[in-house]
Design a protein around this ligand. Structure first.
Ligand code: COA
Length: 330
């Protein structure tokens, strides 16, 4: 029998400090009305002290508690992030040490806003191959560490947060992660990037003066591709699995811009009542948006066992993809 991977626990953490649109009005030439109408964002959370691993740890601890899990049973930790604590060791290894998961292999994965879906698929394949039984998949980003709070094009969009799922073999046939399609297109590199800090532009006074350590985005170019990419891959996954707009119970889209989410749902024919949206409260938390949505909707008892979920994302690279899950938590 084919082993399916399934999500058996989900959790999230967002820091308590908020930056509202009104706060940003004091930093850059913007206003609440523009931000809300162009992006759907009202506020975002900011981690004042600490690193990306500190966002992930509280969420992981909740899972350990909920599942009464011995960390020594965890056999893999995958962290999707573009804001690792440091270049190396990986944030996954730092987390492994912090939760004393000595038997886990641990590594980071970089696919920006699609990072969580990429990591979910890699983790699922480890389970499906039979090589691992308990995989923590983490999407975590401290975006405030790479934002230029003088650039109104970018600083209004992002926030900090983390979401975590535990993957295990599904005890029920045909439940869990059923199908997925992932894509990459490196021609997108010129539209969304951070050129400094890496081996191309190691930090010098000059790179700092030029602000190369900040995220840069051509919003218009990314917007168009994001709508197309997310909608097309979501429809592709629906068609591959004979799903219709009626039989999809939840669309779980990456939260980059409410207008992108609406356009994607519309192209899929999915009613807005079936779309998970929390961008108003958190902005774009990059790899964390999708697991934070899953965690909040699960906490509120809104996702029922057996429901069909389409997870969909688009991000830097470009990278994009969609995952079909039959939800298996009671
Ligand atoms: N406040 C006020 N005005 C702003 C502004 C801000 N924060 N940012 C830009 N503007 C201005 C622009 O300067 C421009 O003015 P102009 O017409 O006088 O030149 C005008 O608003 C429109 O700017 P534009 O960039 O065309 O806005 P937009 O509708 O494309 O929205 C984004 C900008 C960034 C919100 C939008 O393009 C977007 O969400 N892009 C994709 C983001 C994304 O998916 N990223 C993926 C990462 S995962």
């Amino acid at each position: 029998m084919k082993i399916n991977a399934t999500i058996t626990a989900v959790s999230h953490f967002v820091p308590k400090d908020k930056i509202t649109n009104h706060d940003l009005e004091k930093l850059v030439d913007t206003n609440d009305e523009w931000i809300r109408s162009r992006t759907g964002i009202s506020e975002r959370r900011i981690l004042k002290n600490g690193a990306t691993s500190d966002l992930a740890i509280p969420a992981i601890k909740k899972i350990i508690e909920q599942k009464n899990l011995d960390p020594l049973e965890i056999d893999a930790i995958i962290v999707a992030t573009v804001t690792p604590d440091m270049f190396f060791p990986s944030t996954a290894c730092i987390i492994q040490q912090k939760i004393v998961a000595k038997n886990a292999i641990a590594f980071d994965l970089s696919a920006a806003c699609s990072g969580f879906l990429y990591a979910l698929v890699v983790g699922a394949q480890m389970i499906e191959s039979g090589s691992r039984k308990k995989v923590l998949v983490i999407g975590a980003d401290k975006m405030s560490s790479i934002l230029d709070y003088k650039d109104r094009n970018t600083c209004i969009l992002f926030g900090d947060g983390a979401g975590v799922v535990l993957l295990e073999p599904s005890p029920i046939e045909n439940y869990g992660i059923i199908d997925h399609r992932l894509y990459s297109d490196g021609s997108g590199a010129e539209f969304l990037y951070m050129k400094g800090s890496g081996s191309l532009n190691p930090p010098t006074h000059e790179t700092i003066d030029k602000g190369l350590h900040y995220l840069v985005q051509d919003g218009k170019a990314v917007f168009k591709e994001a709508v197309l990419g997310m909608a097309n891959v979501s429809v592709e996954v629906m068609q591959r699995n004979n799903l219709t707009s009626e039989t999809v119970d939840w669309l779980v889209p990456h939260q980059a811009n409410l207008r992108i989410i609406d356009a994607c749902a519309e192209r899929m024919g999915i009613d807005k009542s079936k779309v998970m949206i929390n961008i108003d409260r958190y902005g774009n938390t990059t790899a964390a948006t999708i697991p934070i949505c899953l965690s909040e909707w699960h906490e509120q008892g809104k996702i029922k066992k057996g429901q069909n979920l389409i997870l969909s994302s688009f991000g830097a690279g470009y990278t994009w993809g969609a995952v079909y899950i039959k939800w298996s938590i009671d």
